[in-house]
Structures are given as C-alpha cells and as structure tokens.
Design a protein around this ligand. Structure first.
Ligand code: SF4
Ligand code: F3S
Ligand code: FES
Length: 248
C-alpha cells in the first residue's frame, strides 16, 4: 500500500548547505533511490544524485541513509517504519560537489599509487596453472563494485582529513593484499602496504566489512592476512639482521 514518507535531504555545495524536509509518496516495493527520483520529478528538479544501474552493480548511488553508508538503489523503503523521518546525506568522507554527489577522486588517486600486477618476465601463456584456491581468493576481491562505502565509513579518514595522504583505505589495501597473495606476482608489496598505504592505521574495527554491499570479507580475508605477512617480514631474523646492517 502506498503512503507519504517524510524525507530529510541534505541540499547544498562546497560552500555550505542544510537539511531540507520533504513529504514524498511511496509505493510498495520501492527503494530509497525511487523516492529521490520522485522528489526530483515532482518538487526539486535541481536535486543532484549520482546513479546508473539501479541494480546494485555500478557503485554510483552511494550516500548515507540515517547516517549509515548505503547504496540508495539497494535500500528498501520497507526497512523503515512509515512514520520515521528518513535522512539522506552525501558520503561524509569526500568533498561535496552538490547535494548527494561527492567528489570521489581520492579513491582513484589511491588506485594509481599501487604498482600493477607484475608476473615473472618471459612467462608464456599456458606455462602456469592457477590453483582453484588462488582463483577463488582473487574472485572474492574482484566482486568489488567500487562504491567506496568502505572508504567512506573507515574511521581512519572519516573525520581525519589529515590521514588521507598516508592511508589508502580498505578498498585499496584489499587490492594490495590481492596482489601480494597472487602466486604470480613477483613484487614484495609488504613494505609499501605498511609505509605508504598506511596498513598500520587499520585497527581491525571491521566497519568496512559491515557496509560492503558485495559482502566481501575485507578485514578477515584481505587486511588481517596482509598484516600477518607484514609482521612475518618484520620479525624474520634475516630481514631484521639486514635492516640492522644496511639501514643505519
Ligand atoms: Fe564497495 Fe565493498 Fe568494494 Fe568497498 S570493497 S568499494 S564497500 S564493493
Ligand atoms: Fe578501517 Fe576496515 Fe580497518 S574500517 S580500521 S580499514 S577494518
Ligand atoms: Fe548502480 Fe545503485 S545505481 S549501484
């Protein structure tokens, strides 16, 4: 059955803005993005929202609903009671462009800092057979739709702009972990993970895992194994001796 919902939507740009109240019709089976679109069609034609697939696959419609990072197209209206006020705000960690649209270029910059996959020189196609376990490990990480909800929620950068230069965020630490665990990647990525991508900032709160719409176990399957590898390297007696002798 249809009803009228009360929405509170952040309107504004980099110079400032405020939460505005609207009453919008809701039909059975709708998601928050449907209501935002109805708002655009009937009351606020200039409301900015980024979206593309409306199927949870493009990662464009990321925002915060009642303070929780979510995909607008995958958040069903039936998860809220009919009398509650639903607050929709842009992702807090990234600079505002307009209304619900943020500038997510921080993420692309972090992606570019990661050296690409480096297989052994001269390895010809067909010369190496991947084990199924290695295929499955990468496949989980490759489900990522780059919605950046994990990047938005991580407390290391959420309210700490100053950490952005030294922390790549869970999505890109996961990319480093994927490459580090790839049997054909020849680079040792552990020092880069710790020193440049800020792995040590992560204190395993698992908030990133909690908000991932692809249900990737970012913390358990990528960040913790990567931390273990870094520790192995640091406490390896030969590495320790090498550091003592050659890094004075
Ligand atoms: Fe989004 Fe999950 Fe990818 Fe993070 S890991 S960007 S939450 S899909
Ligand atoms: Fe941040 Fe996830 Fe670590 S939320 S602190 S990267 S476990
Ligand atoms: Fe594509 Fe929501 S519109 S994920």
């Amino acid at each position: 059955m249809g009803y009228d919902a009360r929405f509170r939507v952040w309107r504004g740009d980099l110079d400032g803005g405020s939460l505005e109240d609207y009453t919008v019709a809701v039909n059975e089976g709708e998601v928050v993005l449907d209501i935002i679109h109805r708002l655009q069609a009937t009351q606020t034609p200039d409301l900015a929202v980024r979206w593309n697939c409306k199927a949870g696959k493009c990662g464009s419609c990321s925002a915060e609903v009642n303070g929780r990072p979510r995909l607008l197209c995958m958040t069903r209206m039936s998860t809220f009671t009919q009398d509650e006020i639903i607050t929709v705000t842009p992702m807090r960690t990234f600079p505002i462009i307009k209304d619900l649209v943020t500038d997510v270029s921080f993420n692309y910059e972090k992606a570019r800092e990661i050296p690409s996959f480096t297989p052994p020189a001269g390895l010809a196609p067909g010369e190496y057979r991947m084990k199924q376990v290695d295929v499955e490990r990468s496949q989980e990480f490759r489900k990522c739709i780059e919605c950046f909800l994990c990047q938005d929620t991580c407390h290391v950068v959420r309210d700490h702009e100053e950490n952005k230069t030294s922390f790549a965020g869970p999505r890109y630490l996961m990319r480093i972990a994927e490459l580090e665990m790839h049997p054909l990647d020849t680079r040792d990525r552990r020092e880069m993970a710790q020193e440049e991508a800020g792995l040590g900032y992560c204190n395993i709160t698992k908030c990133c895992t909690d908000v991932c719409p692809e249900h990737i176990k970012i913390t358990d399957n990528a960040l913790i194994p990567l931390k273990e590898r870094v520790v192995d390297r640091r406490y390896d007696p030969i590495v320790w001796l090498g550091n003592k002798l050659f890094r004075r």
